[in-house]
Write a protein that binds this ligand. Structure first.
Ligand SMILES: [Mn+2]
Length: 344
């Protein structure tokens, strides 16, 4: 995975997009706020300058995320049906083959005709021309540069289902609503411009964070009652089995954010949530607290990499192709080696 770095500039990507006849804008399966926001902002911007562009989502899509898109902006499917006339793909918020599995064959058929914008530290050379900026708090922070390079005035694109709304969605969700260390003056300056354009941030917060189904309460209770503490109370581990989902009527769409709850406790620096999937795979989410007061963050990206996963220093995930009990044993054993404190 070394060598996952920029191979082009924003201006070069903009030029390739301008020369395309029909652009597919794609992201990782099960798009989150940043992935969906990046796709939607790009589709809207490309259409605003007269280009033909469609967004594609694959894997299960949270209904609240789906509500961000206007009818006809994105196509869904697993894999989605791709129009044979598409001559360029724009891949956003990922560059890893294992995150785009439903699109795998299609993307391979498009070799050399894929451009990418990403802020992850690990990835594969799916996009030949790509901008990788790991300092960006969200992929939409990079998409915002593309929007600018296309000559779009954000002030004219700020209402519901607008370019600015999609950009703000990614920026807010990938920074934990502006709490994480990745929040810089540039992030807040962009957020400020987006609010000036007319983004309704309260609506977006309610749509994405305060719109869960009642079953979420039951599955949260299951997760919390499963907590075990490791490494002298510095690491929390929670487990959700298929029985928990059956008993509460919850699905994997209902568990977003539960992994963060143990981090509300002083002294807990890392939290893990393992949830059993009907496919026999165990989905793992890892989170750590921001570095503060001289305490570095625990690097959950490196932790997830041991299981073939990844993400960011403070938020990462992995899929372990083993049942819950075996995945638990693997994670517990790996936890023994986690570096809790960096250099002092
Ligand atoms: Mn992202």
């Amino acid at each position: 995975m070394n060598g996952y770095a920029s191979t082009a500039t924003i201006a070069q990507i903009a030029q390739r997009l301008r020369g395309a006849k029909h652009i597919a804008v794609l992201t990782h399966a099960r798009p989150d706020g940043d992935a969906a926001g990046s796709v939607l902002a790009a589709v809207r911007a490309l259409r605003a300058v007269g280009l033909r562009a469609d967004g594609f989502f694959c894997g299960s899509v949270d209904p609240n995320i789906r509500a961000l898109a206007r009818e006809g902006e994105t196509m869904h499917g697993n894999p989605p049906t791709m129009d044979p006339n598409i001559d360029l793909a724009l891949l956003v918020d990922t560059g890893s083959w294992n995150q785009v599995e439903p699109l795998d064959l299609w993307l391979k058929s498009m070799a050399g005709r894929v451009v990418g914008l990403d802020h992850h530290g690990r990835g594969d050379p799916i996009a030949s021309d790509r901008v990788i900026d790991t300092s960006a708090a969200a992929a939409t922070q990079i998409v915002a540069q593309l929007v600018e390079a296309l000559g779009i005035d954000l002030r004219k694109h700020g209402g519901r289902h607008s370019i600015a709304e999609a950009l703000f969605t990614g920026l807010a969700t990938d920074t934990g609503w502006f709490r994480f260390q990745s929040v810089t003056p540039a992030v807040l300056a962009l957020a400020s411009r987006l609010l000036e354009a007319g983004v309704d941030h309260v609506y977006l917060h309610q749509l994405l964070e305060e719109n869960g189904r009642p079953a979420r309460l039951g599955i949260t209770a299951c997760a919390l009652s499963s907590v075990t503490l490791h490494r002298e109370g510095r690491v929390a581990l929670m487990l959700l089995g298929l029985g928990d989902f059956a008993a509460t009527g919850a699905s994997s769409d209902d568990i977003g954010g539960i992994v963060n709850i143990p981090l509300t406790i002083g002294g807990i620096g890392m939290s893990c949530l393992l949830s059993e999937q009907s496919s026999g795979v165990t989905k793992c989410s890892f989170r750590s607290k921001s570095a503060a007061e001289g305490q570095p963050s625990i690097d959950v990206n490196a932790f997830a990499a041991q299981f073939g996963g990844g993400g960011h220093v403070q938020a990462a995930g992995a899929r372990i192709s083993k049942p819950l009990a075996e995945a638990r044993a693997l994670v517990e054993s790996a936890l023994q080696a986690v570096v809790l404190k960096g250099h002092s």
